[in-house]
Design a protein around this ligand. Structure first.
Ligand SMILES: [Zn+2]
Length: 353
């Protein structure tokens, strides 16, 4: 059996969101540290590689440096607030957002209060920042960069067990349980390594609006995604439609394949084939491997099975490109490991599972 090296870091366990605030209600978070343990446990037959520290060079080209600095420092500012004393609340949660509804074309002056400043960088109320959030998100970036190193050093493909996930993080902000865009970091590092064009194929159940936004006007990094249709009422709501094809030099280099609720293996794998055809001609591949399209997952209405993920791995592996697979979503703890393993084994060329 062929296997793919698995890059991980125990630091990625340090992000403890505790809860998400959804339509005004605090619900238990599903993007929990146990996800890391479930996946590592299931991949014990693979070569485990510890992430090595990388500097901020790639990170600060993918994301606005002011945003990176905000994310690194906002929790300490919150503790100085002192919101923990005032409202017994140790997690950074924004309560107001300077969207066009407020600014009306005027340039807002950055807020002084930490609880207002948080709304300048976070675009929802579900993505809380706690004491270990920066350390975990930054370690996930190191996982992605270490996987790129392995591929640069000759591995055909490598898997980065990134947590928290990243594909909803935009150039200037965070949301959707994502903080730093690990897939965009991997794609940028692959470009740096000399691959002229990089295709990002996103299998997560939700559209990766952050990755799309980061490369929206770029022809050298192409983004394609299949996901539950935002027009059926699903996050990220405003993006992920088939009509979004890029702009400027990036026009025609973005491809969205929205799918109806209840989509099963056959149609989903057909969609993966369509995206694989679209990626043909690229020099390297990043796979945003969300496994929340599975039937058991609490976060999406798609009904893909482990067999479907295995088939998706075979389809994208057959492109035979230098590939970095980046973990995105997937929240059903009992099946998480099996789903990831199914994809990786399919990608590495195993005919059966
Ligand atoms: Zn998702």
């Amino acid at each position: 059996m062929t296997t793919m090296p698995v890059v991980w870091s125990p630091e990625t366990r340090r992000h403890e969101p505790l809860r998400e605030v959804w339509v005004g209600v605090a619900t238990e978070g599903t993007e929990v540290p146990a996800r890391v343990d479930q996946i590592v446990g299931a991949l014990s037959g693979h070569r485990l590689v510890g992430a090595t520290p990388h500097d901020d060079d790639v990170l600060r080209r993918v994301h606005a440096p002011a945003f990176v600095d905000h994310l690194r420092t906002v929790h300490a500012a919150w503790l100085r607030g002192p919101y923990d004393e005032l409202v017994a609340q140790s997690r950074v949660v924004p309560y107001a957002f300077p969207t066009p509804a407020l600014t009306q074309g005027m340039a807002p002056i950055p807020a002084v209060a930490t609880h207002a400043r948080a709304g300048e960088y976070c675009y929802d109320t579900m993505t809380l920042v706690g004491p270990g959030t920066w350390e975990a998100a930054r370690a996930a970036v190191d996982c992605a960069l270490t996987a790129v190193d392995l591929v640069t050093d000759g591995a055909r493909a490598a898997y980065a067990l990134c947590r928290p996930p990243g594909h909803h993080a935009t150039r200037e902000g965070y949301g959707g349980s994502c903080y730093l865009n690990n897939a965009a970091v991997a794609a940028t590092a692959l470009r740096d390594a000399g691959h002229a064009t990089v295709a990002v194929v996103d299998l997560d159940a939700h559209h990766g609006n952050g990755t799309q936004a980061i490369f929206w006007e770029r022809p050298d990094v192409r983004y394609a995604s299949l996901h539950v249709d935002p027009a059926a009422g699903w996050f990220p709501h405003w993006f992920g439609h088939a009509t979004e094809t890029g702009a400027g030099d990036g026009l025609g280099h973005n491809r969205n394949l929205p799918l109806p609720e209840g989509t099963r293996d056959d149609r989903w794998v057909d969609g993966v084939r369509t995206l694989a055809d679209w990626a043909t001609g690229a020099d390297a591949l990043v796979v945003s491997l969300g496994v929340d399209a599975s039937a058991d997952d609490p976060e999406s209405p798609l009904l893909v099975t482990a067999d479907g993920y295995h088939a998706a791995g075979q389809v994208l592996g057959a492109l035979d490109l230098p590939t970095v697979v980046v973990q995105e979503g997937g929240y059903h703890l009992p099946s998480l490991g099996e789903l990831v393993t199914a994809y990786l084994d399919g990608h590495a060329g195993d005919a059966d599972r």
